[in-house]
Design a protein around this ligand. Structure first.
Ligand code: SAM
Length: 203
């Protein structure tokens, strides 16, 4: 993972998660030769698998220790889901595009992750059954944090989401402190839109 070290990723647990997760399992066969580039790649249905260094930054910011229950909105290829599975106790991941979720399910199984639960549906509603979550990561851009996700964030919990316009956002970290929510802008970001009841409308 020399590439990630060069990008300034220093968290050893995060680097180990990348070592344990073969990205080629999550990339369509026609572009598999590009799986180890530090680039976002198309995964079908107009969606992308994000750049590895973007995943790595997300994961460093979540500061996972291995005991957490994590909710991911936007399973996509399932790659980040498996990275998180190496850093947390249990991962719950929701994807709105059913065929993507089915491909992700196969790839996640092939990667050997056992502590992952998947749901097809609108992730802006969260997954109430297993709440609260110690960390929530939203992997698509929305105008603001969907209200149900804030309600499902545990005390001290960390939520990461790209917030802003449909085609340009700011990666934002939200930390719950009692009834208060501390917000920190991290960096400019550009993600596909979060489409759902508390996100953007489909066009
Ligand atoms: N992290 C993923 C990976 O490793 O492949 C890439 C995620 S991709 C940038 C964003 C995903 O969010 C897309 O698969 C998209 O279909 C999904 N998405 C968009 N709106 C959603 C919603 N309301 N609920 C669940 N998933 C959603």
């Amino acid at each position: 993972m020399e590439l990630l070290r060069e990008q300034g990723i220093v968290d050893l647990a995060v680097l180990r998660a990348f070592d344990l997760t073969p990205r080629h399992l999550f990339v369509p066969s026609g572009i598999r030769h590009r799986a180890y580039e530090d680039n976002a790649l198309p995964i079908g249905n107009g969606q992308t698998i994000s750049q590895p260094s973007t995943h790595a930054r997300y994961l460093e910011l979540l500061k996972l220790t291995g005991t957490e229950r994590v909710l991911e909105i936007g399973t996509g290829s399932g790659y980040q889901t498996v990275l998180v599975s190496h850093l947390a106790e249990q991962v719950f991941s929701i994807e709105r595009v059913a065929p993507l979720l089915e491909s992700a399910r196969v790839a996640i199984r092939a990667a050997g992750a056992r502590n992952v639960s998947l749901l097809a549906g609108d992730g802006t509603l969260g997954w109430r059954e297993y709440a609260p979550y110690d960390a929530i990561l939203v992997t698509a851009g929305s105008p603001d944090v969907p209200e149900p996700l804030l309600r499902q964030l545990a005390e001290g919990g960390r939520l990461l989401a790209p917030l802003g316009e449909r085609d340009a956002q700011v990666l934002t970290l939200v930390i719950r402190r009692g009834d208060a929510l501390e917000r920190r802008a991290i960096a400019p970001a550009r993600f596909v839109p979060l489409i759902g009841r508390h996100g953007w409308s489909a066009e």
